[in-house]
Design a protein around this ligand. Structure first.
Ligand code: AMP
Ligand code: MG
Length: 521
């Protein structure tokens, strides 16, 4: 690891050096036209305190051993100082929110410090979420509460350990300041502790970054941004080729299809798949009112704001991604001009998603491929009928020997225990599954290995994170650390942590903050 002194040479302003910025540095809510970003400084906080860190990410970044206790890093990660020579900025983007074009959104509370060269020489953007207002803050304060920051911190790192593309979280810093939020939207705003997460990703560009310039007919800016994106982040493509934007679209479609298949596999519900929350790199981004399936309910959404329209429920995520990709295609159209190839490439999404999804589901069942449509259809029907836990079911299934299938092994997975008469239907499915295993070409080769790498033993369930937040708000960070630690080996049974791989307790079923979340963060 390098010394603290040598850090200065590893910072750069690649994005802001390359792309047109806002000539105004006036920090008040306004429309920013003709610019990809706006200069803005983080606003200092009262008493910054390092609450949690990701040592794995620090290692990847090649941070010095003493970084997490260094005053210099604490002042950078709290926004109390900016690394020398850095031009902090907020990005300009727009987006479709719940299906409607919302115009300019932008980084309203995320301030990018610029890029940092990691241990393997790649540039990573460092971004402080909750570091104060920007020209894109509209009527809000630019801050984040501890509650939502813990959720983002834990889930980013859990996703990474699950092997699912995501932005990362380096640190969780308490600000010592209070932030007022109306958490339940009931007209009773209350002060809550504030926090800042340092998010890290090669880029935080979203579909909305391209949409805003297309909507404003800023074709040159759009072209520059697309060229830069490909040049920096898609080395497999030729940024100067005339059809580069089309290839970019195709690549984003492929990555997004795989991303959403992964979410479906582990039962992750993003909660706010607006186009400003869709990463151009195909990363999971913007952890807000997200959640995980406990019982298998295709209609589950953790987001109370979406409780009525149910646009972002679990089962709808693949379709929403398709719709969002079509909006990206539309945004790139000025650079491609001909609508036909754009439409054809967007039309490839269902097949790409289907391939990724079927392969993920086959792995979950221990098969090399799904033998027919019914196996999944029947499974989903009874899983729903008996409130079956999505995560536990597949781990229980791993314990059934296809040569001597014993349905009682599934007992642990039910919220509503089936009657003996119902068990017949389930037994029939288990028999069908066992037969499929015996007939599968890849059977025996590595069935259990395939299943255990597709079926997490641990996911940071909503109620567990809720408990960690309650303790952290009282000053006890043990549960945050414990969940972070459990998430480090999510596919392995951790014997000392059996309580973390149990069904959601009954109290959490309708608990606000555990099963239902607001966007107020
Ligand atoms: P989100 O729902 O987190 O994707 O945010 C949508 C938009 O609202 C983005 O432009 C955010 O930057 C902005 N935003 C959300 N919360 C705040 C806040 N507390 N202060 C300023 N802007 C915010
Ligand atoms: Mg967002």
């Amino acid at each position: 690891m390098s010394s603290l002194e040598s850090q200065s040479t590893r910072w750069a302003n690649r994005f802001t050096d390359a792309l047109p910025g806002d000539p105004s540095s006036e920090n008040r809510p306004r429309q920013v036209e003709g610019a990809v970003w706006s200069p803005v400084s983080p606003e200092p906080v009262s008493r910054p305190l390092m609450l949690a860190t990701s040592p794995e990410l620090a290692d990847e970044l090649g941070l010095p051993a003493e970084w997490s206790s260094s005053d210099q890093w604490l002042s950078w990660l709290s926004g109390n100082a900016v690394p020398e020579g850095q031009q902090p900025y907020a990005m300009n983007y727009g987006g479709h929110q719940f299906g409607n074009w919302a115009g300019q959104l932008g980084d309203g509370r995320a301030i990018n410090l610029g890029e940092f060269q990691d241990a393997s020489g790649h540039w990573q953007t460092m971004q402080l979420k909750g570091a104060g207002p920007t020209p894109y803050s509209r009527t809000a304060d630019g801050r984040a509460v501890l509650r939502s920051s813990i959720r983002e911190f834990l889930c980013s790192e859990a996703m990474y350990h699950l092997g699912i593309p995501t932005t990362r979280a380096l640190s969780l810093v308490g600000t010592g300041d209070q932030v007022v939020r109306d958490m339940f939207y009931d007209g009773r705003p209350a002060p809550e502790p504030g926090a800042i997460v340092c998010r890290v990703a090669p880029s935080f560009l979203r579909f909305g970054n391209y949409q805003i310039h297309a909507a404003r007919q800023e074709r040159d800016l759009l072209a520059q941004l697309v060229h830069w994106t490909i040049d920096q982040h898609f080395p497999e493509l030729d940024a100067d080729a005339p059809d580069a934007p089309l290839h970019l679209l195709e690549t984003v479609i492929q990555r997004t299809a795989h991303l959403v298949a992964d979410w479906m596999r582990v039962g992750f519900v993003h909660g706010v798949m607006n186009t400003d929350n869709m990463s151009i790199l195909g990363l999971t981004i913007d952890y807000g009112p997200y959640g995980w399936l406990d019982d298998f309910n295709p209609d589950f959404t953790p987001n109370t704001t979406d409780a009525h329209s149910r646009r972002y429920v679990y089962a709808n995520q693949p379709r929403v991604a398709h719709w969002n990709l079509a909006q990206l295609g539309r945004a790139l159209l000025p650079l491609i001009e001909d609508i036909e190839p754009v439409q054809s490439v967007i039309d490839t999404y269902p097949e790409r998603f289907g391939v990724a999804y079927r392969s993920a589901m086959a792995s979950k069942l221990g098969l090399s491929e799904l033998p027919n449509e019914e196996l999944l259809g029947d499974l989903f029907a009874w899983m729903q009928a008996f409130e079956t836990d999505w995560t536990l079911f597949f781990r229980c299934l791993m314990e059934i020997d296809p040569e001597d299938p014993d349905v009682s092994r599934l007992e642990n997975a039910f919220y509503t225990p089936p009657f003996v008469s119902d068990l017949e239907g389930i037994s029939k499915w288990v028999t069908d599954w066992a037969e499929a295993c015996l007939e599968d070409d890849g059977y025996d080769e590595d069935r259990l290995g395939r299943m255990s790498s597709a079926n997490p033993w641990f996911i940071p369930r909503n109620y567990q994170v809720f408990q960690a937040i309650e303790a952290a708000e009282k000053g006890d960070l043990f549960l945050v650390e414990d969940l972070l630690d459990a998430s480090r080996a999510p596919y392995e049974a951790q014997e000392d942590r059996e309580h973390l791989a149990a069904r959601r307790p009954e109290w959490a079923r309708e608990q606000a903050g555990a099963s239902m979340l607001s966007c107020s963060s």
